[in-house]
Design a protein around this ligand. Structure first.
Ligand code: ATP
Ligand code: MG
Length: 435
């Protein structure tokens, strides 16, 4: 049984970390971004502590390529700004330094901070500002304010050693995700951490520690109180990291899914589709937000609006709109993305109706059609009755189109001077005129 070194640093600020020197770990400077190294060295040369922190240390120790490198230091934001010409201070509640490089590259340098005591929290703290951390602290306090032990490891540029205040090294070795402190307290403080836990465990293929699981069972539905904007970002991370299906299934198990997705229930078939979408992402094909939303809702949409030759596309668009509306409002999805998601669903409907209907040439040239076919092909992997149809469409799309479609000979339509009607604005893929 692990000895839990997770004492509150407020009670024991002098606690000693475990330090692993250069020859005891696998992090080499050659794996660290050159600009990041320069920043670390300059901070160090100027008498400051300079650590690599967060996910980058975790990933390097696991032999993975970090997504980005974050730096922690005891220099204050003003001191950091004085050292770097290309430095901009950002953040209202907690000032962070962004050091900018060519090509939109930004390295974040943060002063060590600690969690505020309850009496330091502002009076106007609302349900969405759980993650308020605006007090400078020691490196040890900075480790303890983080979410999981494996995310709280430091790499010190002065000694090239790894510094572990929270037992994260042992958890890395055991491939176990553990919350720093009492999971129920930390989840209540910031419910987004529950989603981060599922995501990280899925990404790293780590097991969730027993206390973390208890915390999830206790606090699952609180996810509804988290800021929708932050959840939306984390949800897109799931798709980016190819763990959407796995995490949503687990979220459903802990009662997190419905409150997480603003009422969406999902079902086995939808998760199976997300599995296949995650596999597709593995071949370096990123998922756009519109595609992610369309994939989430394709199953419920096809149930609600089964593709029939006699059903007009306008009705499919209406159904798609109604289905996506609550989700898009909940997450303040931009109108353009919502429109793309709706077009994808309506195009899947059109594909599902079969080939040979009027307006097919125009439909085949519509920019959304290839993505819709890709989505429907993934769906068809679980619905063999659609396989032949999908292949037929694929042949048509890949050049089965002989000669220009009839519409293309027509003079371009004059743009109406009338203000665009609501209907026009919400129009999806070109409507098929029914025979
Ligand atoms: P990724 O590989 O996705 O970048 P990451 O661990 O670096 O993973 P970030 O979202 O970049 O994740 O956060 C950086 C660090 O900030 C984390 O490693 C963690 O230490 C800390 N952190 C982020 N979010 C929270 C949170 N909600 N509560 C406490 N600490 C957090
Ligand atoms: Mg990161």
């Amino acid at each position: 049984m692990t000895e839990h070194p997770l004492i509150d640093p407020g009670q024991d600020p002098s606690g000693e970390p475990r330090i692993v020197s250069r020859d005891g770990h696998r992090i080499s400077r050659s794996q660290i971004d050159e600009d990041v190294l320069k920043i670390l060295y300059r901070l160090h040369r100027n008498g400051h502590l300079a650590y690599l922190v967060g996910g980058s240390v975790r990933d390097l120790l696991l032999g993975r390529t970090p997504k980005d490198f974050d730096i922690g230091t005891d220099a204050t934001p003003t001191q950091i700004k004085r050292l770097f010409r290309n430095c901009f201070l950002v953040g209202r509640r907690f000032r962070l330094a962004h050091i900018r490089f060519q090509g939109n590259k930004v390295v974040e340098v943060a002063t060590f901070r600690r969690s505020p005591n309850p009496d330091e929290l502002p009076d106007d703290l609302d349900a969405h500002s759980h993650f308020v951390e605006n007090v400078f602290g020691s490196p040890r306090q900075d480790a303890f304010r983080r979410d999981f032990t494996v995310n709280a490891l430091f790499y010190d540029i002065a000694t090239f050693s790894v510094i572990d205040h929270v037992g994260g090294l042992e958890d890395l070795e055991e491939r176990r995700l553990r919350v720093i402190g009492d999971p129920a307290v930390r989840f209540r403080e910031d419910p987004v951490r529950m989603l981060r836990a599922l995501e990280l465990a899925a990404r790293l293929d780590f097991r969730l520690d027993a206390e973390l699981l208890d915390g999830l069972r206790q606090c699952g539905p609180l996810i509804a109180e988290a800021s929708a904007a932050r959840l939306r970002d984390e949800i897109m991370e799931l798709f980016r990291h190819r763990v959407a299906a796995r995490v949503f299934r687990q979220a459903a198990e802990f009662g997190l899914l419905t409150p997480l997705l603003g009422g969406y229930g999902g079902d086995g078939e939808s998760f199976d589709l997300l599995d296949r979408l995650d596999e597709r992402t593995a071949s370096e094909r990123p998922v756009t937000e519109a595609l992610a939303i369309a994939a989430l809702f394709l199953g419920p949409f096809l149930k609600r609006c089964p593709p029939r030759r006699e059903t007009p596309v306008a009705e499919a668009l209406r159904e798609a709109n109604e289905l996506l509306g609550p989700h898009c409002r909940h997450f303040s999805i931009a109108q353009g993305i919502r429109q793309q998601a709706r077009e994808l669903l309506a195009a899947c409907f059109r594909l599902g109706r079969g080939t040979g209907l009027r307006g097919e040439g125009r439909f085949l040239r519509h920019p959304v059609t290839p993505s819709a076919l890709e989505l429907l092909s993934l769906w068809a992997e679980g619905h063999p009755e659609l396989a032949e149809l999908v292949q037929r469409w694929a042949r048509l799309l890949s050049g089965g189109l002989a000669g220009p479609a009839p519409e293309s000979g027509k003079a371009p339509r004059r743009r109406s001077r009338r203000p665009r009607s609501r209907r026009r604005r919400t129009a999806g893929p070109p409507e098929t005129k029914e025979p």
